[in-house]
Design a binder for this molecule. Structure first.
Ligand code: UDP
Length: 448
C-alpha cells in the first residue's frame, strides 16, 4: 500500500510542493458532488421559475375561475420527499395535460427536482426495499428515465432498481437529456394520465384491449396452457388503416381473442377517443418478456416467418439471452404455396404452445384465421417484423427515439422506398379516420 511521504518535496520553481497539490486536488474532488448538485439545483430553479412566469396568465385564470366557482383549483397530495420528509405535491384538479403545472412550484421551493425518482405516497414507504432506501437521499423528480420508458412501453426492469442512477450516477447532462425527451414525449403524445382507462375500446370496429405489459404476458402464458387455440394480434395505425378498407382482415381481427395496441399512433387515437392507454403493448417490446416467462415456465415456442435464417437467428439470440428457452421449431416465411400444408403439419408436429407468425399484416392474421383448426392448442399470434430486429438484421430505433414516440420515423429512414407511404400518408389518414369515428362516421363509429 502506498503512503503519503511525510516530508514535503519541493516542486519546480513557482509551484506548490507535491503534497499540497495532492491535498488541493483531493479537496476539489470532495467538492465536485456539491458543485454538481448546486449546478443541477440552479437549473431546476431557473427552469421552474421560467415555466411559472410564462404560464402565470394561465395560472391566474385558472385560480380566478376556481374562486368564482367557490372551489379550490389546487389538489394537494401528501408524498415523501428528500430524507423521507413529507410535502404537499401540487396539481390542478382533473386530468388535463396541464394538470401537473403547479408541480413546478414544488421544484422552485426545493421539494422536488425536475428529474429524479417518483415521489412516493406515504403508504408506499414500506414497499421500498432496503437496498433502495438511498432513493430518499435525492429530491424526487417530475420525470425520470423509468417513467419515460414505462410510459411508452419500454421496460427497463424494476422501478426502484432503475432509480439508482439518481443517487449514484446523477449528472446534469443526463438529467437535461431526460428532461428534453420528456418534454418531446409530452408534446407528441400528450399526458399519460388524461382520460379514463377503459378495459377495451374500438377503432374502426376492431375491439382493442387496454392492458399493462404484465397483464398481456400473463394472458399469453395462461392461454398457452388451454386446450383450444387462442388468437392474438397487434395493431398499429397501418393495420387499422388496412382493416378500415379490407373487411376480410377486419373480420380476422374481430374474431381474435385479444387485440393489443401497437405504437404512438394508437396512443394518439386513444387520446382523441378520451381513453387512457395503460401501455404500449406492442409485440416487439412484449417479445423478450414473453421469452423470459417461457424460459422460466417451460412454454414451448415456434418462430414462423421472415426471410431465410432470420427466425433461426432470432431463436438463437433469445436462447442466449434466456438459457433454457424452449423453441421447438423455426421456419422462414417465403415458402411456395405447394409447401403450405407441410409447413402447417411441421408446426403442429413440433407441439409448440405459442406460435409466433411473422408474415406482416394483413397476411399473418388472415393466415392464422384460415388455419386455426390445424394449428396446435395454445396461442397463435401475428408479430410483424420482430424476428428481423432480434436476429440483428434490422437495427431497432435507439431508446431515445422510441421514448419520444418517433420509432416510425426511424423505420421510414431505414426503408424509405417501402415505408414512406405507410407512415407519411398512413399516419395522418389514420388520425383523420379516428376523428371521423368520434363524429360518428366510418366503420365501428363508436367509442367504447
Ligand atoms: N414476410 C414473410 N413472408 C412474406 C412477406 C413478409 O415472412 O411473404 C416477413 C418479412 O420478412 C418481415 C415480416 O414478414 O420479417 C413483416 O415485415 P413488416 O416490416 O411488413 O412488418 P411490420 O413489423 O411492419 O408489421
Amino acid at each position: 500500500m502506498s503512503r503519503e511521504p511525510s516530508v514535503e518535496i519541493a516542486g519546480p520553481l513557482g509551484r506548490p510542493p507535491r503534497t499540497r497539490r495532492a491535498a488541493t486536488l483531493r479537496a476539489l474532488a470532495a467538492l465536485a458532488p456539491l458543485v454538481a448538485e448546486a449546478a443541477t439545483r440552479s437549473v431546476d430553479v431557473i427552469v421552474s421559475a421560467l415555466v411559472l412566469l410564462l404560464c402565470s396568465p394561465f395560472l391566474a385564470l385558472v385560480g380566478l375561475s376556481a374562486r368564482l366557482r367557490g372551489r379550490s383549483a389546487l389538489r394537494r397530495e401528501r408524498v415523501l420527499g428528500r430524507f423521507q420528509k413529507p410535502f404537499h405535491l401540487l396539481g390542478f384538479s382533473g386530468a388535463g395535460p396541464l394538470c401537473g403545472l403547479p408541480m413546478f412550484w414544488n421544484v422552485l421551493v426545493g421539494d422536488m427536482a425536475l428529474v429524479g425518482p417518483r415521489p412516493l405516497a406515504l403508504e408506499e414507504r414500506d414497499a421500498v426495499p432496503v437496498a433502495a432506501m438511498e432513493r430518499f437521499s435525492v429530491r424526487p423528480g417530475l420525470t425520470s428515465t423509468y417513467r419515460l420508458g414505462a410510459g411508452v412501453g419500454i421496460y427497463s426492469g424494476e422501478e426502484f432498481e432503475s432509480d439508482r442512477e439518481y443517487y449514484y450516477e446523477e449528472s446534469l447532462k443526463s438529467d437535461l437529456g431526460v428532461l428534453a425527451r420528456s418534454v418531446a414525449n409530452r408534446a407528441l403524445s400528450g399526458s399519460s394520465t388524461a382520460g379514463t382507462a377503459v378495459g377495451r375500446f374500438q377503432i374502426f370496429g376492431v375491439e382493442i384491449a387496454n392492458l399493462s405489459m404484465e397483464e398481456a404476458v400473463d394472458w399469453i402464458v395462461e392461454r398457452a396452457r388451454a386446450s383450444r387455440t387462442s388468437r392474438l394480434a397487434f395493431v398499429n395505425p397501418d393495420c387499422l388503416n388496412l382493416a378500415y378498407r379490407n373487411p376480410e382482415y377486419r373480420g380476422a381481427l374481430r374474431d381474435c381473442d385479444l387485440v393489443l395496441p401497437d405504437g404512438i399512433g394508437v396512443h394518439l387515437a386513444c387520446r382523441m377517443l378520451g381513453t387512457r392507454l395503460l401501455a404500449n403493448t406492442n409485440g416487439t417490446d412484449l417479445f423478450p418478456l414473453l421469452c423470459e416467462r417461457a424460459a422460466l415456465e417451460t412454454v414451448p415456442l415456434y418462430f414462423l416467418g421472415a426471410r431465410e435464417g432470420i427466425a433461426q437467428g432470432a431463436a438463437e439470440a433469445m436462447q442466449k439471452r434466456y438459457p433454457g428457452l424452449p423453441i421447438v421449431g423455426t421456419q422462414h416465411g417465403y415458402f411456395p404455396e405447394a409447401e403450405e400444408a407441410a409447413v402447417v403439419d411441421a408446426v403442429a408436429d413440433a407441439e409448440p404452445k405459442v406460435v409466433l407468425v411473422a408474415f406482416g399484416a394483413p397476411r399473418q392474421d388472415t393466415w392464422i384465421a384460415d388455419r386455426i383448426d390445424r394449428l396446435p392448442a395454445g396461442v397463435a399470434m401475428g408479430v410483424g417484423g420482430l424476428f428481423d430486429y432480434y436476429s440483428g438484421r434490422i437495427e431497432r430505433a435507439p431508446r431515445w427515439v422510441r421514448e419520444v414516440g418517433m420509432e416510425w420515423a426511424w423505420r421510414v429512414l431505414q426503408e424509405p422506398g417501402r415505408l414512406w407511404r405507410r407512415y407519411l400518408v398512413g399516419n395522418p389518414l389514420f388520425l383523420w379516420r379516428v376523428w371521423m369515428q368520434t363524429l360518428g362516421r366510418g366503420p365501428g363509429a363508436c367509442n367504447v
